[in-house]
Design a protein around this ligand. Sequence first.
Ligand code: IDP
Ligand code: MG
Length: 167
Amino acid sequence: MKIQQTLVLIKPDGLVKSLTGNVITELSDTELTIVGAKVVQVTRELAEEHYQHLKEEKFFNELIKYIMGEYHVKRVLALVYHGENTIKNIRKVVGSTHPEKAEPTTIRGKYGRVTSKGVFENVVHASENEKEAEREIKLWFRPEELAYTIYPTDTKEVKKVEYFWKS
Ligand code: IDP
Ligand code: MG
């Protein structure tokens, strides 16, 4: 048994279909803990970095448009799950990449579809292995946004501009 963290994204199609509750309920069967959660408007830079390993694929441009919300809404819900064997446990509930090949009882099997353009609208992302999980969590979250982190952190002083509500 290994303590791991994993990144889950509820993709724009999942948000447009109001599947947040369903997805979180399905994932709660894994008895893992959510240690981070936020809504993110995905920039092209973030999308391309996240999917850098697929840059050479012919579906890359469509994939970037999809995750940026061009076909649905311009946001995703990013979650970090923590617990024993998180990566494998979550991937099992999520199901295979191709929604039509995914087991019908999995999230992707239940709620995913393939569009006429060939985009796999598969509702959620989940990290594939420990290396990817670490890379992705560090890409999407700052350490202070997580209730608990398994990766070492450092501090440094930075000058920054903060936004406040107008009074
Ligand atoms: P994963 O999400 O199951 O880890 P990856 O191979 O990492 O699968 O692909 C990332 C995402 O790219 C998929 O979730 C899916 O949205 C999209 N994708 C993967 N393969 C294809 C394909 O053959 N056609 C269209 N989209 C694809
Ligand atoms: Mg992947």
